[in-house]
Design a protein around this ligand. Structure first.
Ligand code: FAD
Length: 458
């Protein structure tokens, strides 16, 4: 016999949890099915443990500067302590997520869900059959591993959170934010770290000055960057893994991590049976209200491939609940989404890059590079960078790009005026706060350079 619900959510990650909670508060009878751990990628093996590792790795930079501020530090690092404390915090968060679901009455089911009809779900372990007028797919994604010989010897970000010990060296393949962040983490914790990337610079899609700045900053921290090269194969040699890069170039590493992108979880749970169609890129196709090709099934978050970030999945989950259970259709605006990379140096961005903005008419670029104050007493020469891209002659701010300490925190806040359509004059009206790095954003006097009719003018 089947059990009836108003809503079945498959996947208790960022998007699914928000949708389930909100729908339940609107009076819906909701079940959420999760096959691994409640919290999903972000809480269990993404944003949260990653940021905790980033904090751990940043102590090495601080210790390096400490002497200039009068401190003597005799620091030692213990990896098992970090992993155990991180696991404790993740367990606490998971319990909090379960409690937050159960409070408004969501039924939390730990099982794998398979769609067996347009409104029907079967649970693999228990064999239970659930039915609902509305189903939400919030199944997320998984790391993509290139199909090279010996690929099983490598790890992904999933395993990196649970290594028993730190390797003496690591090769990370990839040029995206996961590659760059984990390179920072491993290098900061004393691991000899190399990035290999098929492109010509890390962080494709970010503003060129940020990409260049990160490249330099990573190398200053001893991270080796090998561009325009792929891993062709892996083989074991003693305790090491020998990586073949082609052209008869082989090198041994203590570990190899693939950070070569993520694929949507779209197979093995009956999308075809339920009449749910995919995009050409392998994501679930949805309309602006997150409705799939089956009108009673919706999808949110990474599985839809719109923007693979936690706050976006949460916003899409909330918009779905408003639309389907509060008679208030809400479409999420994906046009102005800030992103951060928690590397060293940190990077954050919102809006158009300089190159993108040049295709939007005449623009002005305000750019500053300077040593952050904390570096002035130390021997560190690293500079931070702040860039504003505006329409010409004090027009609307189109983009803001920051490299350096607290970049993400600053971009989070400038996202508000930029989203409201602020102009350069609006930024100028704000009184500076001194001494901060962010004050540079409101004290730019003249453009550093401009583009007129697409041509750069200095
Ligand atoms: P997920 O959180 O992935 O949840 C999907 C859930 O569905 C999973 O728990 C899975 O087990 C479950 N599931 C799948 N199929 C089934 C099934 N058939 N039955 C039952 N359960 C199923 N984003 C940021 O905004 N900031 C960051 O700093 C950041 N850092 C990241 C670092 C890493 C290493 C990674 C991998 C990701 C990071 N992200 C970050 C991205 C962020 O984690 C995702 O965008 C977000 O988790 C997507 O949420 P979701 O609800 O779509 O899917």
């Amino acid at each position: 016999m089947s059990e009836a619900f108003d809503l079945i959510v498959i996947g208790a990650g960022s998007g699914g949890v928000r949708a389930a909670r909100l729908a339940a508060t609107y009076g819906a009878r909701v079940a959420i099915v999760e096959e691994y751990r409640v919290g999903g990628t972000c809480v269990i093996r993404g944003c949260v443990p990653k940021k905790l590792f980033v904090y751990a790795s940043r102590f090495s930079d601080m210790f390096e500067s400490a002497g200039s501020f009068g401190w003597t530090v005799d620091a030692k690092f213990d990896w098992p302590t970090l992993v155990a404390n991180k696991d404790k915090e993740i367990a606490r968060l998971e319990a909090a997520y379960v409690a937050a679901l159960e409070k408004p009455g969501v039924g939390v089911i730990r099982d794998r869900a398979i769609l067996t009809g347009r409104n029907r779900v079967e649970l693999v372990k228990s064999g239970r059959v659930l039915e609902a007028k509305t189903i939400l797919l919030a199944t997320g994604g998984h790391p993509y591993i290139p199909d090279v010989p010996g690929k099983e010897l490598g790890i992904t970000s999933n395993e990196a959170f649970h290594l028993e010990k730190l390797p003496h060296s690591i090769l990370i393949e990839g040029g995206g934010y996961v590659a760059v962040e984990f390179a920072t983490v491993f290098a900061g914790l004393g691991v000899d770290t190399t990035i290999v990337y098929r492109g010509d610079c890390v962080l494709r899609g970010f503003d060129a000055d940020l990409r260049q700045g990160v490249s330099v900053g990573l190398q200053e921290r001893g991270i080796r960057l090998i561009y325009e090269t792929n891993v062709r194969g892996l083989r074991k040699s003693g305790d090491d893994i020998v990586v073949s890069f082609g052209d008869e170039v082989d090198a041994p590493f203590g570990a190899v991590m693939f950070a070569t992108g993520r694929n949507a979880n779209v197979s093995g749970y009956g999308l075809d049976v339920a009449g749910v169609e995919l995009t050409s890129g392998g994501h679930i196709a949805v309309d602006e209200y997150s409705r799939t090709s089956n009108p009673s099934i919706y999808a949110v978050g990474d599985v839809t491939g719109r923007s693979q970030l936690t706050p976006v999945a949460i916003r899409e989950g909330a918009a779905f609940a408003e639309t389907a259970f509060n008679n208030n259709p809400v479409a999420v605006d994906h046009s102005m989404i800030g992103t951060a990379v928690f590397s060293e140096p940190e990077v954050a961005s919102i809006g158009l890059t300089e190159a993108e903005a040049t295709t939007h008419g005449d623009i002005d670029v305000y750019l500053t590079r300077f040593r952050p104050m904390i570096n002035t007493l130390s021997t560190k020469s690293e500079r931070m960078m702040l860039k504003l891209v505006t329409l010409a002659n004090g027009g609307r701010v189109l983009g803001c790009h920051i490299l350096g300490p607290s970049a993400a925190e600053m971009i989070q806040l400038v996202a508000i005026p930029i989203g409201m359509g602020a102009t350069k004059a609006d930024f100028d009206r704000a009184m500076a706060m001194h001494p901060t790095a962010g004050e540079e954003l409101v004290t730019f006097r003249a453009p550093t350079y401009t583009y007129r009719s697409g041509r750069k003018q200095i």
